[in-house]
Design a protein around this ligand. Structure first.
Ligand SMILES: [Zn+2]
Length: 414
């Protein structure tokens, strides 16, 4: 297997997205479109047939002579955040072509079609909604999504899709563009967005699950405004209640992790109201946001119960009210046990260390898993996190992921 094609494509998408000091490939815009063209050209050179779906996702198909089972899909995305890195998304699409090239080089005749998907607009920065290409494909767009406006162009999502060759009228029908039951498997390689593989000294991991979340974007705590001279026992301090509430949630997190139940708590917004807070007043108002993530629906439900309990305890102790307010949720993406076993066997047979890890982030794979498609992910070692210019994946680590996927396919593990 040759790393030449993979390296050339990684360099190609970097050149397309060059926006010093980072990489910007705008979804439904120039960067993503040029990257799609580069990938399509490479697919054509591998004898793959290109097509666009109604969401303007690119599909490259390597057809089996006579397919014995539904196709294996290998996908990810080519857009980036503004001033992001080169590898979040693009590495996974390029890995799909690498797998096809590796199988062809080994003389493996596929028993099933192998399709490489370049899914549109995975990053939420462009429309305030992420995973758009896979949502289009699988009819998982929320109500009103086609009317969202692009952060830079101001065009609606429907207009943006149409401009890239898609068909928003078809998307408005609200049914999957392809029957998920006719998809044999979805595989995605993606850089890890945390340093766990650097810590473990392993080139890749086999993902156990992608997180789901419960979000409360506008939590409000109400106590009583008061003078700084008010003794502690009389205070109903909303700011300290916010701190108390947050630290109690962190204690919950640490206890759950210690019990072997991974999760995360993120408080992205945390403040007294700027219009009235001051140095010399006890604040009667406090505002914050909360993102709770977990890896199974049962665990998330249990966490929501704990959240309610903690809010009630802090409210009683501090003499305040805590209103969690608006709630949104996303389902976790459990990976398919048979595919996990197959990829693990392929890694072991190849002598590649591939621990099992939960994914730190959500990915297009979530939508496939939630639609009932057998789904698996490989996380590739990467330094410096993601969504910043300093992402750093080594090509040999991606080649290891390609070797594992190719072997799993060649040996009928997937
Ligand atoms: Zn990504």
């Amino acid at each position: 297997m040759s790393a030449d094609l993979v390296q050339r494509l990684l360099d190609g998408v970097a050149e397309i997205g060059a926006d010093a000091p980072g990489i910007t490939r705008e979804a439904y815009g120039r960067g993503e479109n040029l990257a799609h063209a580069l990938i399509a050209e490479a697919g054509a050179a591998l004898g793959m047939q290109a097509s666009l779906d109604a969401g303007a996702n690119l599909n490259l198909r390597w057809a089996a002579k006579s397919a014995e089972a539904p196709p294996i899909l290998i996908g990810s995305h080519l857009d980036s955040v503004v001033q992001g890195g080169n590898f979040d998304g693009a590495a996974g699409v390029i890995a799909g072509l690498g797998v096809v090239q590796a199988l062809q080089a080994q003389g493996v005749a596929p028993k099933r079609d192998i399709e490489v998907l370049a899914l549109r607009c995975e990053e939420a920065v462009w429309f305030g909604l992420g995973l758009i290409g896979s949502r289009c494909l699988l009819a998982r767009l929320p109500e009103g999504a086609l009317d969202l406006r692009h952060a830079r162009t101001g065009l609606t999502l429907a207009e943006s899709i149409a401009a890239c060759g898609g068909n928003p009228a078809r998307l408005r029908e609200g049914t999957p563009l392809r029957d998920p039951k006719a998809m044999g498997a979805y595989l995605e390689a993606h850089i890890e967005q945390a340093p766990q593989l650097i810590e473990a000294g392993a080139p890749l991991a086999i993902c156990l699950a992608n997180p789901g979340n419960v979000r409360h974007p506008f939590i409000r705590i109400a106590g009583e405004d008061a003078h700084t001279g008010l003794p502690h026992r009389f205070r109903r301090d909303a700011a300290l209640a916010g701190a108390d509430f947050s630290l109690a949630l962190e204690q919950l997190w640490l206890a759950e992790e210690a019990a072997g139940r991974p999760m995360a708590v993120t408080i992205g917004r945390f403040h007294t109201p700027a219009a009235k807070h001051s140095l010399t007043a006890v604040s009667g108002d406090f505002e914050m946001s909360l993102d709770l993530r977990g890896y199974s629906a049962d665990h998330l439900a249990a966490l929501e119960g704990a959240l309610q309990r903690i809010a009630a305890e802090v409210a009683a102790r501090r003499g305040v009210s805590i209103v969690l307010g608006e709630r949104s949720a996303a389902a976790p993406g459990p990976m398919d046990p048979r595919l996990i076993a197959g990829l693990s066997a392929a890694a072991a047979a190849s002598g590649i260390a591939a621990p099992h890890l939960n994914s730190p982030g959500s990915h297009d794979a979530n939508n496939f898993a939630a639609s009932g498609v057998p789904t698996a992910m490989l996380l590739v070692r990467n330094q410096n996190g993601s969504h910043n210019p300093h992402e750093a994946m080594d090509t040999p680590d991606l080649m290891a992921a390609i070797a594992v996927m190719a072997r799993a396919i060649a040996e009928n593990h997937v």
